[in-house]
Design a protein around this ligand. Sequence first.
Ligand code: CP
Ligand code: NVA
Length: 316
Amino acid sequence: MGSQLSSYPDLASLAGRDLLSSADLSAAETSALILLATDLKAGRCQVDLGGKVLGLIFSKASTRTRVSFTVAMARLGGQTIDLNPQVTQVGRGEPVADTARVLSRYVDALAIRTFAQAELEDYAHWASIPIVNALTDLEHPCQALADYQTLQEAFGQLAGLTLAYVGDGNNVAHSLLLCGALLGVNVRIGCPRGFEPIRELVEQARSLAPAGCSIEVVHDPIAAVRGAHALYTDVWASMGQEQEQLEREQAFAGWCLDEALLAEADSRAIVLHCLPAHRGEEISAGAIEGSSSRVFDQAENRLHAQQALLAALLGA
Ligand code: CP
Ligand code: NVA
């Protein structure tokens, strides 16, 4: 670790590491990343990643994650290179074991968006450079860092706040559970029966949460949001589940994050959504466009949180 991040001693342990799951970070590392992201956003800290190159392997569509990683590297003086399966030999079946070892000789880190968490783990096994989860079917840890940065901006601190996520117990919900537990945020997932987050992951979040911090799964939208400081939702059908769209629209009837649900939350509650959003499905136009919404600050924070992450992993 050079001198640039010497004011953030809890980040020193992240140099050279992977971020495959929100739970790969300690509580101190998570808090320090959010602090650095906030300082970078405010211009209180400068990081130079001159000469560093981040490779992007995206097997699914992306606007925010792809662009924010690209701009993050540019702002820090580094570069990105698009290594999408369609333009590399990955799309023609070159094994991960070979791709990961070759790319480790060229680039300094890889951000990977794919379906199976096991594929990401395979890259991490074979690569000698940091591997970052840019979304899998299981988790979206970069999103959670930006989300909790946004919550902290709204309330000045995080421990003891309650974040209510209503909707599908998906990748975004999983990372919110783990990252929230590390930060001492009470996380309440409200979902229809059959769409719960993975049970083992809920247990993992409970094991990470400090005493007094609660991790709950409920099946009633009003019970989920009552008194909460943030109301969060995501699409009902994630990438790869497009064929389940109609069936899910029926299963999630009554689970729209709308003004009526917002009225049950704390009067200062903010509305969050990772985007892209489907207005009139998981969120009402009034909720996403209303004065409580912080979704565009949240999207902006992807840039700051990822700058902080890249600076720490690349040992700035
Ligand atoms: N929230 C998010 O990850 O958006 P993209 O799919 O556009 O990257
Ligand atoms: N759960 C969504 C998040 C998109 C950012 C998906 O995986 O498609």
